[in-house]
Design a protein around this ligand. Sequence first.
Ligand code: SAH
Ligand code: SF4
Length: 387
Amino acid sequence: MTTVNLLEFDLEGLAAFCEKLGEKRFRATQLFRWIHQRGASDFAQMTDLAKSLREKLATTARVEALPVITQHESTDGTIKWLFDVGDGNAVEAVFIPEGDRGTLCVSSQAGCAVGCRFCSTGHQGFSRNLRTGEITAQLWFAEHFLRQHLKRDDRVISNVVMMGMGEPLQNYSALVPSLRTMLDDNAYGLSRRRVTVSTSGVVPMIDRLGADCPVALAVSLHAPNDPLRDDLVPLNRKYPIAELLEACQRYLAHAPRDFITFEYCMLDGVNDQPEHAQQLVELVRSTGISCKFNLIPFNPFPASGLLRSPQPRVLAFAKALSDAGIVTTVRKTRGDDIDAACGQLAGDVKDRTHAAERMAQRRTVVLHPVRAAASKVSPAPPVSQGH
Ligand code: SAH
Ligand code: SF4
């Protein structure tokens, strides 16, 4: 008999499931706490639940983690897991300890259909969306494994970033219940600002997220003008910079004291020139958007044909933004020795999209003279599917 994996549910979903079993909704809260706060997977252990309910659960439900294929621990404490999601696909999650913070980087898809040229997940192509239970399972497993591993009773993971494999906003319906579980006080109780969704810019879903679950938003910008961004982040052809920034403004209306984090991967000779910094400053000034910039040193991989910007150039770029009053940080690379850094997450994906062929065709970055590019946000080009 097939059973339901209870990691698929947020509290609302679990309450509906309990009602179907003829149980009162408050039982769901107890069950939810057992699963997420205590890491229990064996219903027999849940002694404050009525025996009749435990018996019903034993025949209809299960709490099932994803099989771990490998676990690597870096000398800096970073831990990377490769999880089997079946059918030849594997996804990665990374734990990054830093002071009193513990951040888990979570995957949302097996592969990614956006196909950014500097991202190894993008180069692998797309296989499928993860289910809610597979997204939540990464946090459930990591939190309870780490409590044991680090011999701690209190919460280990204080922050979640949806920055693993995949474009979270292209898997919206599975993402949101998982986010709700992260925020739920009966589960992980993470505050809204400590859960970050990172997106390459799926404009309609930014609006929906703002209305449904306005967590912290990071936007992978990577270029200050449309021609360059079209090339680096193909989704830009569908949702160009001006539309993206307007969506960011609308998002902030849901969370007025928040800001957008713009991620900007520094690519040698491609998007790291003083002119690019200047264009970014103009973009931010013209829109008045409340934001921070996070410059990410590019983590190279051979198929990309791209190189990391030299450190002095990254620092000069950061200074140009800071001097213009834009809060700017440069991301530290963590877990380098275990390939756990951004964009190096390359689980195993059964590509259904022929990404490698498409990438090979687009191998050369077309460099557009920056000065010729409009300094204002350019008007929307005709809508075209980016990938
Ligand atoms: N799809 C989402 C989230 C996953 S990628 C997004 O694109 O935002 C998480 C971050 O890692 C993004 O900012 C992405 O641009 C960045 N990234 C991807 N490949 C990288 C690489 N090779 N080096 C450095 N950062 C990279
Ligand atoms: Fe997908 Fe993000 Fe990688 Fe782009 S950077 S290919 S959106 S995972």
